[in-house]
Design a binder for this molecule. Sequence first.
Ligand SMILES: [Zn+2]
Ligand SMILES: [Zn+2]
Length: 304
Amino acid sequence: MFELTFLGTGASVPSAARNVSALLVEQGGRRFLVDCGEGTQRQIMAAGVGFRRLDTVLLTHGHLDHILGLGGLAGTLNLWQAVERLRILAGPAPLELARRLLLDVVWPGGRPGRLALEFVPIAPGPLIEDGRFRLSAFPVRHAAPDCLGFRFDLLPHRPLLADRLAELGVPPGPERSRLARGEAVRLPDGRRVDPEAVTGPPQGGVSVAVVGDAETVDDLVEHVRGADLLVIEASFMAADAEQARAHSHLTVADAVNLARAAGIGRLCLNHQSSRYREGAVAAEAAALFQGARVVSDFERVRVP
Ligand SMILES: [Zn+2]
Ligand SMILES: [Zn+2]
């Protein structure tokens, strides 16, 4: 299961109702902060999600409404020693901005006290593969260099069948662990057991795709295909499609079209502009796509 906490759902500048971009994605003990707009540390406090194990930040791109909170967050993590290190993963251009913000402005010429900072340049492709969990990045077009979207996958697994294990006399212990990982084993009596003989059909895969700011969706279809949930910006309503193009952003309809083309049933729309009356974008989204909702700050969404 994935759990998402929306920490900032507004576009470009904070408003009284919405802070700028940040999203916490959690799976088991793993925690990823996707983007870190100004004031994100206070949103983390207000959401009550805590700073523990919050040591990995993924940046979709380098616009200020997505990175300006890194300075404050890193300062607090250092002061409170909530984590030992902070890893920031981003494309080369946004990573350089993050590096300059932290090492030229926040801690000029020096090291932060105890907090180890890691700046990790990333490119489209798999970033973390750890057992059943996979995090990968994919390219996104927007008016900034090196924009990336992220896909979080819990890979399907084939459960061990207790009756088959007993029938074949596979003892509890390392053999069963290896079979569960999909490896064949040889038993003490010399017999070989293949994983297919003792596992059921694949089950339990779940995927979440997160797209930050974007100007096109056609190029995203294959990257987000089949996700159980898509988080994506919807800065403009359909009537303002020309403005959306001019500002390198998406409309609600663009996001819906992507979800349909990629076979996605649940859509969370963020990066909401304060130009619209609250509820207007949600009404347009609901009329276009049953599974779409406009998310609010502090909303938590579970993807079982
Ligand atoms: Zn933005
Ligand atoms: Zn942007």
